[in-house]
Write a protein that binds this ligand. Structure first.
Ligand code: SAH
Length: 227
């Protein structure tokens, strides 16, 4: 089935099914209506294998191959909400970098809210697959690359926000340096084996970064080098 047919998909992948998911996210505490409406607009089933499409609007992570997962919708919504909140009341939010493209779903949700999204993935087959989905869904404001996210994307820095969607033991300076003055880096920080703390690091040119921990989360590990 081609992507268009999948977008218009009936039954388990319909618009109504997505509305049910956003009702659940609202109950789970997601308040930002812009985020909820982005999650209604972006067809998550297009980012997973067809065999899993019928489960794509359950609030759970799903395998995407190469031992990786598409994040749970609640976590995508939470991280997106944190990105939007980080720019309020008056800050700018033009350019966001995501580390860990995976399926491309988080990047697509961000792209419906932020003008420029950049995303890096260390596993080539996943990077290529995500690129194909962006093209088929005509998402033109995501630029993606097959590269180790440890080095960030220096040509495009500074970013208003950097979002890491893989678990880091510590946050590297190489990424903090690519956040603009007053911008944020959002990442699950902690050991790969256990639960990590979703942390927001606000970066300043003239003083030490400020760290706030938001929630316990469980992500696949951030690994060095290309896979
Ligand atoms: N954001 C994704 C879920 C990511 S799973 C989504 O919406 O589907 C985490 C991803 O981070 C995996 O695909 C993994 O390969 C990638 N990753 C881990 N370490 C990385 C690194 N150093 N650079 C780039 N990507 C990395």
């Amino acid at each position: 089935m081609n992507m268009e047919a999948r977008i218009q998909g009936i039954g388990m992948t319909s618009h109504r099914t997505r509305l049910r998911l956003t009702d659940r996210l609202r109950q789970a505490g997601i308040r930002d209506e812009a985020v909820l409406s982005a999650m209604v607009d972006v067809p998550r089933h297009c980012f997973v294998d067809e065999a899993l499409a019928s489960r794509s609007y359950e609030d759970c992570s799903l395998p995407i191959g190469e031992g990786q997962t598409i994040s749970q919708p609640y976590v995508v919504a939470l991280m997106t909400e944190l990105v939007l909140q980080s720019a309020r009341p008056a800050g700018q939010l033009n350019r966001v970098l995501e580390i860990g493209t995976g399926s491309g779903y988080q990047a697509a949700v961000l792209a419906s809210l932020v003008p420029e999204v950049y995303t890096l993935e260390r596993i080539k087959s996943l990077a290529l697959k995500a690129q194909r989905v962006f093209t088929e869904l005509r998402i033109r404001n995501v630029k993606s690359r097959y590269a180790d996210g440890f080095d960030g994307w220096s040509d495009k820095a500074p970013f208003d926000a950097v979002v890491v969607t893989a678990a880091m033991e510590t946050v590297p300076d190489s990424l903090l340096e690519q956040v603009r003055d007053g911008g944020v880096l959002i990442a699950p920080v902690g050991s790969h084996a256990g639960v990590q703390e979703l942390s927001i690091v606000r970066c300043y040119r003239d003083r030490a970064p400020q760290v706030r921990r938001v929630a316990g989360v469980k992500f696949v590990p951030f690994l060095r080098g290309r896979g």
